[in-house]
Design a protein around this ligand. Structure first.
Ligand code: NI
Length: 437
């Protein structure tokens, strides 16, 4: 079993049983964190252990991106400054009609490269040609929670559902256990009740969890009230969707009854502050959700509405919005924002033994450089990670005990080729020459 010892690092464990940050050593054995020491206690390397000098690194749990559409990186900067429905209907959906499996593969590879280089070790994804996303994730060594996005209207809904089931059968548990497949009804406004019932029956049969967009815009909630006489959350609850394990993305427009339902039914929430701000959708009531006991993770959403996949930005936005809106700077302190992006994300995606640097947990780790002007001085490592650090500061990434980024360089992926292929796909799709794109 491969063993790696990282010595002398500043460790930010996101573990209540430990200090918020301390100097120490961290030993990985196989896929798991075997031991963590706090100085002056050190771990003596046994024979055959690979030793990495961590003295210039801050080690944190790998970031967990709980909501996104990886291949949409092909549309980065293509349709900005529009409201959600106009953005979707006039810009995104028409170009998505022209997507091929290869486009989705290269767009996903591009996003995965960006995410790994930014310290993200797990990502959730809802899209189509998902077998190609799974292939990309498996090749890259990242952890992934994948679903075929399901639209329940039109002639393709049955085909999509069959593809969702096939994806589960082909990929759930693959990639040495790093790939989880869920079912992905897109949203209440694109999935009528009868279709959701079919999805639930399939989830029951497979034992699969669900991902859905929920109450993202005020207009969507109003339309739901007009059509069904209640909020989307109440509707899904009545239909029995929350009897399943559900990760609900966005949850921006919620009333107190909605929040109580989400808490009671243990629905997990993916909070996407950057995307919600950019599309003018609003700001989710994060503090109320947390106070109600809802498990919340953070997500970037697709790069077409963000426009990057930098989870450090999402952490910072979540913390700053909570403070700015409440007028209370003590809300969502750095340690809590960090927890949302790591352990909270694991909980939001129903992944166990993940999201903390803790003995017995999976060795998904990001190492951030300390050799930077904005990391000097380092009075509080957790505050640094949330308020000062950026994706570009990431030097080391390990997933499931496997090093995939060292000294800021991808160990197994050809970044230049991936960027070139993705640019070629984007140029073809958007009808421009590669030179102009
Ligand atoms: Ni989304």
């Amino acid at each position: 079993m491969a063993k790696t010892l990282i010595t002398g690092a500043m460790i930010v464990p996101v573990d209540e049983a430990r200090p918020a940050f301390f100097h120490g050593d961290l030993l990985v054995e196989g896929s798991f964190i075997k031991k963590i020491s706090e100085y002056p206690e050190k771990i003596t390397p046994e024979e055959g252990v690979r030793v990495i000098d961590g003295s210039r690194l801050i080690l944190m749990p790998g970031l967990i991106n709980t909501h996104g559409h990886a291949a949409m990186s092909l549309f980065r900067g293509y349709a900005d400054d529009l409201p959600l429905q106009e953005w979707l209907e006039q810009k995104i959906w028409p170009v998505e009609e022209r997507l091929s499996g290869d486009d989705v593969y290269w767009g996903s590879m591009l996003s995965i490269v960006e995410m790994i280089k930014g310290g993200t070790t797990t990502f959730a994804d809802m899209y189509f040609f998902m077998d190609r996303v799974a292939e990309a994730a498996a090749e890259c060594g990242i952890r992934a929670v994948l679903c075929r996005g399901l639209i329940g209207v039109g002639e393709n809904s049955a085909v999509a559902l069959a593809e969702g089931e096939q994806l589960y059968r082909d990929w759930h548990g693959r990639g040495a256990g790093r790939i989880t497949v869920t079912l992905g009804p897109h949203a209440p406004y694109t999935c009528p009740p009868d279709f959701l019932k079919e999805v639930m029956a399939l989830a029951q049969r497979l034992g699969a969890t669900l991902q859905i967009h929920l109450s993202e815009t005020a207009a969507e909630v109003e339309a739901n009230r007009r059509q069904h006489g209640c909020s989307p959350v109440v509707l899904l609850n009545k239909l029995g969707l929350f009897e399943h394990k559900v990760t609900a993305a966005h949850c921006v427009h919620l009333d107190d009854e909605d929040i109580a339902i989400l808490a009671q039914k243990q629905v997990r929430v993916a909070h996407n502050p950057g995307s919600n701000l950019k599309l003018g959708s609003g700001v989710a009531p994060l503090q109320k959700l947390l106070e109600a006991g809802v498990t919340v993770g953070l997500g970037t959403d697709g790069a077409a509405s963000n426009n990057n996949l930098d989870m450090f930005e999402e952490m910072r936005l979540a913390a700053l919005l909570a403070k700015g809106i409440s007028g209370n700077p003590a809300l969502l302190p750095a340690g809590k924002a960090l927890e949302l992006a790591t352990a909270g994300g694991a909980g939001a995606l129903f992944l166990e033994k993940l999201g903390r640097l803790k003995e017995g947990y999976r060795a998904d780790i990001a190492g951030i450089s300390r050799d930077l002007p904005h990391a000097t001085p380092l009075h509080d490592a957790a505050a640094h990670l949330v308020y000062s650090a950026a994706a570009a500061d990431v030097r080391l990434v390990m997933v499931d005990g496997e090093l995939i980024l060292e000294d800021g360089e991808l160990l197994y992926l050809d970044e230049e080729k991936i960027k070139a292929e993705a640019a070629r796909c984007a140029a073809r799709l958007l009808g421009r020459t590669e030179k102009d794109s």
